[in-house]
Design a protein around this ligand. Structure first.
Ligand code: SAH
Length: 204
């Protein structure tokens, strides 16, 4: 999987090393385990999917880009099965990860337990509101995309912090968006087209 990621253009050595160290097959059903190291998204229940390894790596690479200090606190919106949270836990000091579906929030707790990770905080809630108690964040990464970037996310971003999220930018369909908070304000960059599950409000 790591070789494929490198061949597809992922060049951050730390991201490649960490992606190689978290066993993705432990986050999918046994029947799908043989596909766990393919570059494909897979169902995790309740109509949601575990993101493609390539997309996870790309987002983490963008999160780390241009950073001269280690990442402190990071907010992940859309815990799903907890795979990306496990990867993130090895790239930053603290991970706050929020999921709106109770079934998946509990599934992630079960799946992460054997890893004995101390720096991942699993939250049940509406990630559109971010998680103010953990703010400000050096990084915010969303695994679900809405019409725009929720204002709470940019409000909760530290100066020098970066947000990486899918969003529908006008009529162009869903794209990956990077927002940086610089001392002078917010800087937006719209990157390639992507396909993430929809960002929905409320918990269920
Ligand atoms: N990072 C996950 C990917 C999960 S898919 C992984 O590694 O598996 C995206 C997740 O975002 C879904 O579980 C979906 O329920 C969740 N989601 C969608 N809208 C949300 C919201 N407003 N707040 C929190 N989670 C949300």
């Amino acid at each position: 999987m790591v070789r494929k990621l490198a061949a597809s253009g992922i060049s951050n050595g730390q991201v490649l090393q960490v992606m190689g160290s978290v066993e993705r097959h432990r986050f999918v059903d046994t029947a799908l385990a043989n596909q766990a190291y393919e570059d494909t998204s897979l169902p995790i229940g309740l109509g949601q999917t575990i993101s493609k390894p390539n997309v996870v790596a790309r987002m983490l690479e963008l999160l780390l880009e241009g950073r001269d200090r280690p990442l402190g606190r990071v907010l992940e919106v859309g815990t799903g099965c907890g795979y990306q949270a496990a990867v993130l836990s090895r790239l930053c000091a603290e991970v706050y990860t929020i999921e709106r579906l109770k079934g998946l929030h509990e599934k992630a707790r079960e799946l992460l337990r054997p890893f004995r990770i101390a720096n991942v905080h699993l939250l049940l809630g509406d990630g559109i509101l971010g998680f103010a108690s953990g703010a400000p964040y050096d990084g915010i990464v969303a695994a679900a995309g809405g019409e725009s970037i929720p204002p709470a996310w940019t409000d909760q971003l530290a100066v020098g912090g970066r947000l990486v999220a899918p969003a529908h930018m006008g009529t162009r369909g869903q794209s990956l968006v990077v927002v940086e908070r610089t001392p002078k304000g917010l800087a937006h960059t719209v990157l390639e087209a992507v396909q993430f599950v929809p960002l929905k409000s409320g918990i269920a």
